[in-house]
Ligand binder design. Structure first.
Ligand code: NAP
Ligand code: F7E
Length: 330
């Protein structure tokens, strides 16, 4: 089996490529040109699989439709996983045009290339719980209404609906995975969970003294990214192309996540966390809680990692990184 992952260098790109390589897939991954190295997450996979020709990397960008079409025709993958997005919600308010271009035109380029290929290619779109908008405390599933609250969320609704349109109009195997927040030690450092656990490690090691956050009262349904990529793969193996929610079914506040993280190293979060308007968003998603009954029943998928285990995995990893950092500085 051949999979194309657009793009392979992010958090989910790492966990999904690792999963597919371990399943024996040939993995083709898009990377973007950057002025500094941007392959740190996948380096262990590159050293293990590139020499065996099981992992191949290509420079591209979702906004370069000619390159996307050429690569689909060259690789002829069995499955395409579209993970590419300007995925930071707060940044999407600052860069609405770019966020929207990647999330709309970029996705159409990919859908067109897949549709026009002579091969029957399965397509996965990374949809998001942000599409719901979190206006009340209801349990959200595949039937729930979308009320997007950011340029990021609107672009995800566009791509979600477009993926459905291609599925219905052209009989394509095109699925949307509506994933609730999923985190890991490979999470980008400006998302709140990683920002917290990185700070916890550094405060414990005496490298940092304070952590400045924004809205502490938002609720999120946080799971572990490694569990969620398994769900992506299962959706692509199901007998029919459908839309699926992946979530843990438990929601806690940013404040509770921070408390748990500081407690994991024996510290009290009140002694270190301050808040600033700088990190408040023009529009906030207050409450997200997912119901993944459909995936649990029809895909036999369930999250294996509890919130306490997730905190522990992330804090341990960031504590080790801070220890290394501390040694280098001495
Ligand atoms: P991430 O680490 O930010 O990865 C996003 C990837 O998109 C990065 O590899 C980035 O490339 C790439 N990208 C950005 N602009 C691009 C462009 N113009 N062309 C091609 N690639 C581009 O995010 P993630 O957490 O792994 O999420 C993966 C996908 O799932 C995203 O679409 C995200 O919106 C969606 N999602 C995430 C969550 C979550 O909680 N993690 C939940 C629901 C949905 P660089 O590496 O070069 O920056
Ligand atoms: O914010 C609050 C912030 O940026 C979570 C993306 O993967 O998940 C992610 O989007 C909450 C928000 O993730 C800070 O206001 C407080 O309420 O970690 P986040 P997100 O916005 O939920 C969804 C499912 C995606 O699809 C997205 O791609 O935390 N918060 N203080 C803060 N957030 C950040 N980033 N930084 C703070 O200092």
């Amino acid at each position: 089996m051949k999979a194309l992952i657009t793009v392979i260098t992010g958090q989910d790109g790492y966990y999904l490529s690792k999963l597919l390589l371990e399943k024996g897939y040939e993995v083709h991954g898009l990377i973007r040109r950057s002025s500094s190295f941007n392959t740190s997450r996948i380096e262990p996979l590159m050293s293990k699989y590139e020499s065996e020709n099981k992992l191949k990397l290509y420079y591209s960008d979702l906004l370069d439709s000619s390159s996307i079409t050429s690569l689909i025709n060259l690789i002829e993958p069995d499955e395409v996983y579209n993970l590419a997005a300007q995925s930071h919600v707060a940044v999407s308010f600052k860069n609405p045009l770019y966020t929207s271009q990647v999330g709309t035109i970029g996705v159409i380029s990919l859908l067109e290339a897949v549709k026009n290929s002579s091969k029957n290619i399965k397509f996965y779109q990374a949809s998001s719980s942000e599409m719901y908008g979190g206006e009340d405390d209801s349990l959200l599933n595949e039937e729930s209404q979308f009320t997007p609250k950011s340029p990021y969320a609107v672009s995800k609704v566009f791509a979600h609906e477009m993926t459905k349109i291609y599925r219905e109009s052209y009989d394509m195997f095109a699925v949307n995975g509506i994933l609730f927040n999923h985190e890991s030690p490979h999470r980008g450092e400006t998302f709140v969970t990683r920002k917290v656990t990185k700070a916890v490690g550094r405060i414990k090691q005496g490298i940092q003294t304070k952590l400045t956050l924004g809205n502490l009262n938002a609720f999120r349904d946080w799971g572990f990214a490694g569990d969620y990529v398994e769900g992506m793969w299962l959706m692509m193996q199901h007998s029919s192309p459908e839309d699926w929610v992946l979530a843990t079914g438990e929601s806690i506040t940013v404040k509770e996540f921070a408390k748990k993280s500081f407690e994991a190293v024996g510290l009290n979060f009140e002694d270190f966390v301050i808040t600033s308007e700088r990190y408040l968003r023009p529009n906030e998603v207050d409450f997200l809680l997912g119901d993944s009954t459909k995936a649990r029943e029809k895909l036999d998928w369930s999250p294996k990692t509890s919130i306490d285990e997730l905190v522990s995995i992330m804090v341990d990893s960031d504590l080790n990184l801070a220890k290394k950092d501390g040694k280098q500085k001495r």
